[in-house]
Design a binder for this molecule. Sequence first.
Ligand code: NAD
Length: 449
Amino acid sequence: MRVSVIGTGYVGLVSGACLAGKGHDVVCVDTVQQKIDQINACTPPIHEDGLAELLRETVGKTLRGTTDLREAVLNSDISLIAVGTPFDGSEIDLKYIRDVSRQIGEVLKDKDAYHVVVVKSTVVPGTTDTVVTPILEEASGKKAGQDFGTGMNPEFLKEGEAIADFMHPDRIVIGGNDSRAIAVMDELYSVFPGVDIVRTNPATAEMIKYTANSLLATLISFSNEIGNLCAKVGVDVVEAMEGMHLDKRFTPILPENAERVWPGFITYLAAGCGFGGSCFPKDVKALIAYGENAGAPMPLLNAVIQTNTKQPHQMMDRLRSHIPALAGRHVTVLGVAFKPGTDDIRESPALTIISELLADEAVVTAYDPIARHEAEALFGDRITYEDDLKQALNGADAVMIVTRWPEFSELPMLLNGQTVQPLVIDGRRMIPKDSVSRYEGIGLQPAVS
Ligand code: NAD
């Protein structure tokens, strides 16, 4: 099947490469020439495990990149829209969705063959039917459901595990209003035999995505709220959570003493310095605004955001309780990416922490195994960057673990024997609390209060 993917960011590029890997004939479109050049040279513009290999397997065969949207739409049967849908401060910003819909519509005006346009971006319920379809109809002068089809197909991949998630989806959600468009989407996903397909209308497909993201964000803020209480009353949140996880309602145990199966959502039930990334913060805020407009305010989700906004400051409070005057003191921030496995730093708690450290005139060193360049692009020479974990610890008065990169578990070993021991503030509770001489952890009673 000939597929064009419009918007070649985290979702567009991973979707395009995976669909090409599954044998479809895919063209990825972006306005940024450099991204397209990189894709065509098999050099991924983003970091995802397995992506470089997939590009090497597919580019020049079933995958190519272009900045020419017209050519891509004319030479494909289906277009997936995967552009960004940021939060503009008061509601979801559909500018990129509108722009692309108009551009595709103008091409459809000149295209005789049937074409299906699918929204893959995360958009609030109603967007496909009341924003995208009318723009396509107006720009093309044609009728949806008759001359061309539209649909909604939300993406559930997790950055850091994006290729594996796309290649082995839990379910595929297809939202459509007309059977011909749905049949084309079915054909697109026929390369994933055996996977559950949810067929529904576009608004429900749009809502499924927000429901999933809002629940996961809620689990995190819930854990953080419990963690903050634990820290106040002298309970270790890690022990509290572990005891809670063992509840069979959360952790099914298979018959005949088979191994305990830990459901994936348990990883979201852990206290830390907050969620970030390009999805949870903006999606929860967009849903709150959407609910408000729809006459269904969402106080629970408002609280999820409030708790999350405060969470990076919990780490700063711990730091200041030990070092009240940070000016000139050396602080090492471990991890800038919003989560391990990615170079994405959008809305990462590290950004808040580094900004606060700079405001207090601390001397900041950052180490991230993958996201150094992204951090440099943002903070420039206001902080220093190291390419080696051990090097990053040199001369630090304090070390703040912000991202759960597995290599940070080596910290106790690296600090062992060092004459001057830095204060370690563990924002992810990833090293044992007695493994370093000066330890503070989220959800643990402060050593200094
Ligand atoms: P992104 O910012 O990484 O990528 C968007 C891309 O679209 C950019 O490369 C941009 O240059 C391109 N673009 C913008 N306008 C264009 C145009 N007119 N023509 C061609 N290209 C254009 O965004 P992302 O993280 O991939 O997210 C895309 C959508 O998918 C969002 O709605 C997001 O909420 C959703 N989503 C993201 C994730 C994730 O983990 N990142 C997961 C699921 C869903």
